[in-house]
Every structure is written in C-alpha cells, then in structure tokens.
Design a protein around this ligand. Structure first.
Ligand SMILES: C[S@@+](CC[C@H](N)C(=O)[O-])C[C@H]1O[C@@H](n2cnc3c(N)ncnc32)[C@H](O)[C@@H]1O
Length: 263
C-alpha cells in the first residue's frame, strides 16, 4: 500500500491540501499538555507545520522515505522512516517512551493502517488517562454545481475500480471506522466532527490533486490513464461554465474522530 505513495511523492507535496488552524486549535484544546505530538503517516508533512507551532516537539513518521524527503524541515520536528507495523520495542527505541505522548494525529491515513495493532501501540505510548488520538479524513473537493457534477461522475464511474477497499471508510466520512477511545473533555462522543479546508486552485491544480491519488497510481500501473482527453475536456467545460477559467475557492470537507486513551 505504502508503495502507492512513493511514486507520486512530488505530486503529493504540491497536490494535497493543508489543514485549517481551527482544526488544530480544537484538537490542542483537548490535550492536557503540549509537550510531544506524533503525526503517523505524515506524508510530506501536511499537518506538521501547525503541530510544530503548538507542541514543543513533534515526531513525524511514514513508511515512505520519498514522502518524508518532501516534508518541511523544522527545528522541533523529527522525521523517522518506519515499517508499516511497529513493535513496542521499536517505538520505545526510535520514537517515544511509554506514556509520553500528548497527542497522536493521523491525517488522511488511518484507513490504510492495521488498526488492532496500531491502536494497541498508541494506547501504550499515549499519556494516561488524557493522551489524545485525533484522526481525520477529507472527502471530494467541492467547487460549484457544474464542477462537482463532473467530479462525482468521474469518481463513481472511472476511478472507483482502482481504489483499495479501505477507501470506503473515507467515503463514509470515518463514521464506520473502528475507533475504540473515550470522548475527550467537553464532548460526549468521538465524532466525526466536521471541519473544512479551503484552497485557491486552478484546473491544473485540481488535476495535480487527482494525480496524487493512490487510485490514479494503481490505474496507471494497469495501463489506464484516468485523466483522458475527454475527461479533462469535461472538467474544463465545467470549470469555465461560470465565465472564469482561473483560480476558484475549493472546499475539502474534513471529518475528525477524536478520543482519549483513558486508563
Ligand atoms: C494519503 S497519505 C496522507 C499524508 C498526509 N498525512 C496528509 O495529510 O496528506 C497516507 C500516508 O500514509 C503513509 N502510510 C501508509 N501506511 C502506513 C503505515 N502503516 N504507517 C505509517 N505510514 C503509512 C503513506 O506512505 C502516505 O504517506
């Protein structure tokens, strides 16, 4: 799985959205202290800059060295290349001691993980009882009626066969993902809580985003170009339908699951 993110790591770094400060402020308001955060499946560090502004230290890990090489270098962030499943001794030696982490974040990546072993490790490394785990995903970007119609048709008809089955968890906005944690203070459930991130994008940016999908990479490996001329033509017509062919405000809806480890 992780291999799918290696080949398009440069596209990934420019093609993917960042996340709003509101999201990080909400999450950070639920942790008892702000000493250490661990961003798992960090990719090219889409969540790292904001975490580094709030937490004294950040560890950011990924199974793809190529992704990590595209991540921002910051004085209080340590990047580590890891295998897909870590053992407790590996965590202890390379990443963090037992019960030492205030916050684990997983941005657009939890659906790729082996959840039972991952959760066991997170319960070991998080501070007890108030260490927080926050995992979010974003669904299809929304532009306007005409672009959204073309995008939804493309996603359902052309792209669907090339997604890993785990993508369904994202389509379901993480409502159905296993998340065995207690509600954080001030909340009576673990979400999903809704946020949104906005980017100014032109049509080429939208195509770069599509090329950063694992499904795009899978299709390409099977000899299928998803962004064929007719598809790009339909997107172009829809993009220009409002009379503007330049940048537009594009919204990515975000769904957050957040919980604390308990005792
Ligand atoms: C869709 S990307 C998300 C990257 C980034 N967090 C973001 O918000 O855009 C998923 C990332 O998870 C990484 N990944 C996949 N399986 C992993 C695992 N078991 N442990 C750590 N990282 C993993 C991939 O290499 C990839 O960089």
């Amino acid at each position: 799985m992780a291999d799918l993110f290696i080949k398009q790591s440069k596209q990934y770094a420019v093609g993917r959205p960042g996340y709003p400060e509101k999201l990080f402020q909400f999450i950070a308001s639920k942790t008892a202290s702000h000493d250490l955060a661990w961003d798992v499946g960090t990719g090219s560090g889409q969540a790292v800059r904001s975490l580094a502004g709030i937490f004294k230290n950040v560890v950011a890990t990924d199974t793809s060295q190529e992704q990590l090489e595209c991540a921002p270098k910051l004085p209080n962030v340590r990047y580590e290349h890891t295998p897909p499943v870590l053992s407790i001794p590996e965590i202890e030696q390379k990443l963090a001691p037992k019960s030492s982490v205030d916050l684990v974040t997983i941005a657009q990546a939890l659906h790729w993980f082996d959840l039972p072993s991952f959760y066991q490790q997170m319960k070991w490394v998080l501070k007890k009882p108030n260490g927080v785990i926050a995992a979010w995903c974003y669904t299809l970007p929304r532009v306007n009626n005409s672009v959204d119609t073309v995008f939804d048709r493309f996603y359902a008809n052309d792209v669907e066969p090339y997604w890993d089955p785990a993508r369904k968890l994202v389509d379901n906005k993480y409502k159905t993902i296993d998340f065995p944690f207690e509600p954080v203070s001030g909340e009576d459930n673990t979400g999903p809580f809704e946020f949104a991130t906005e980017r100014l994008m032109d049509l080429d940016d939208l195509f770069t985003y599509i090329r950063s999908w694992s499904a795009y990479q899978t299709a390409k490996e099977k000899g299928v170009e998803l962004l064929k001329d007719d598809v790009m033509g339909a997107f172009k017509q829809a993009w220009n339908a409002d009379g503007g062919d330049g940048q537009k405000a594009v919204i990515y809806p975000i769904n957050l699951r957040i919980g604390r480890v308990g005792n």
